[in-house]
Design a binder for this molecule. Structure first.
Ligand SMILES: [Cu+2]
Length: 170
């Protein structure tokens, strides 16, 4: 398994700031949903000045019994999207690229600050706050999921990330 380690002080500071908003997600209510894999709250942050990468967050919910394995993501107008995770190594927060993310049956995986996230590189034109960009998720069984990712500012991303943990029933 290939892993690429990347680390920066700026990132550590940022995710340190966000770490208080982390919350475990435990299950969800079943309602009239017919789709078996659902993606919610997809958002990608505008690129900060002089930054070559940005981040995206989303929630994937698996209503199947069987696990689903996310293997790739792409965003229209963006050259490269990687799937990353954060982990504590020797007391430091590091992030690394992962080849796949497993969403177990009847569970959700939340991509959020301090956890799994999409790393976004090489925008073909600037991402502007308020835009929507088509996000495609590729699964190991050949399944694809499409959604629109909202382009958000750093400030609103921080806000949403806090409020989404307070209203986790959505
Ligand atoms: Cu990353």
């Amino acid at each position: 398994m290939m892993m690429k380690w990347c680390f920066s002080i700026a990132t550590t500071l940022m995710f340190g700031f966000f770490s208080s908003s982390l919350a475990a997600h435990s299950g969800h209510d079943h309602d009239a949903d017919t789709a078996e894999l659902i993606v919610n709250n997809a958002q990608v942050r505008e690129f900060l000045p002089a930054s070559t990468s940005s981040v995206g967050y989303l929630t994937i919910t698996n209503h199947n019994k069987a696990a689903a394995t996310l293997i790739k993501a792409s965003i229209d107008g963006v050259g490269r999207v990687e799937i990353h995770e954060h982990s504590h190594v020797d007391g430091m927060m590091k992030m690394q690229k992962v080849d796949s993310v497993v969403i177990k049956g009847h569970e959700s995986v939340i991509f959020q600050p301090g956890g799994y996230h999409l790393m976004v590189f090489e925008p073909q034109e600037p991402l502007k706050v308020g835009q929507e960009r088509k996000l495609t998720l590729y699964f190991s069984d050949g399944n694809r999921l499409f959604t629109n990712a909202q382009v958000v500012s750093l400030e609103s991303q921080a806000k949403q990330s806090k409020s989404s943990t307070q209203h986790s029933h959505h």
